[in-house]
Design a binder for this molecule. Structure first.
Ligand code: PRP
Ligand code: URA
Length: 209
């Protein structure tokens, strides 16, 4: 059974406070999304396994720890998930990157798929699906289903802001997936936007509104 982890680090809380402000412009919004992703990556990779290897320093032989086994992949859900990729790669530069294209139909709030391109060996990797917003959970659940259909087994989901409705749906549909959340908000409004949230993450990252 996987877990739901809500970040309690003061730096993450402070930075989320800045991106919630309506006066924060795209440039600052993008930079802070990237910084939060870096900090969350640090927290979300705590469970990665290490193994001991012998090396030689300029002074003597010694044992050091290095990451064991599987390699990582980061899979952003387009568009807004792209904003989290740089931060993840700063922490884990060797990770490969896949892309899943989904958008929420503005009338129905249901996810519509339009793109999927993954690393060839994605099924053998630890995959971190990233998207700043988990609202109804429809997009995240659909993206994870797409990955599972391609044989991916080890999946974690990371978002900056989540609504309880999305967390419940994602945990129900994918109980094997750990969920890492920057801040857990109150609810969804009648247009399925997160309250208090930060508005439309894609528009704020790319300046399209
Ligand atoms: C946003 C967000 C998530 C989705 C969350 O994307 O980035 O992908 O909505 O909502 P859900 O949990 O109800 O599915 P959007 O559909 O606005 O597309 P965009 O990133 O291209 O703007
Ligand atoms: N997508 C967003 O970008 N924001 C929300 O509040 C909900 C879905």
């Amino acid at each position: 059974m996987a877990g739901v982890y809500v970040m309690d680090h003061p730096l993450i809380r402070h930075k989320i406070g800045i991106i919630r402000r309506k006066e924060t412009g795209s440039q600052e919004f993008r930079r802070i999304i990237s910084e939060i992703s870096m900090l969350m990556c640090y927290e979300a990779t705590r469970g990665l396994e290490l193994s001991e290897v012998e090396i030689e320093t300029p002074i003597c032989k010694t044992k050091v720890q290095e990451l064991k086994g599987k390699k990582m992949a980061v899979v952003p859900i387009l568009r807004a998930g792209l904003g989290m990729v740089d931060g993840m790669l700063t922490m884990v530069p060797a990770a490969k990157v896949g892309h899943i294209g989904l958008y929420r139909d503005p009338e129905t709030a249901l996810p519509v798929e339009y793109y999927c391109k993954l690393p060839r060996d994605c099924a053998e990797r630890d995959v971190f699906v990233v998207d700043p917003m988990l609202a109804t959970g429809g997009s995240a659940a659909a993206a994870i289903t797409m990955l599972k259909e391609k044989g991916v087994k080890n999946i974690r989901f990371m978002c900056i802001i989540a609504a309880p409705e999305g967390v419940q749906r994602l945990s129900q549909e994918h109980p094997d997936v750990d969920i890492y959340i920057g801040a857990l908000d109150q609810c969804l409004n009648d247009r399925k936007y997160i309250v208090p949230g930060l508005g439309d993450a894609g528009d704020r990252i790319f300046g399209t509104k």
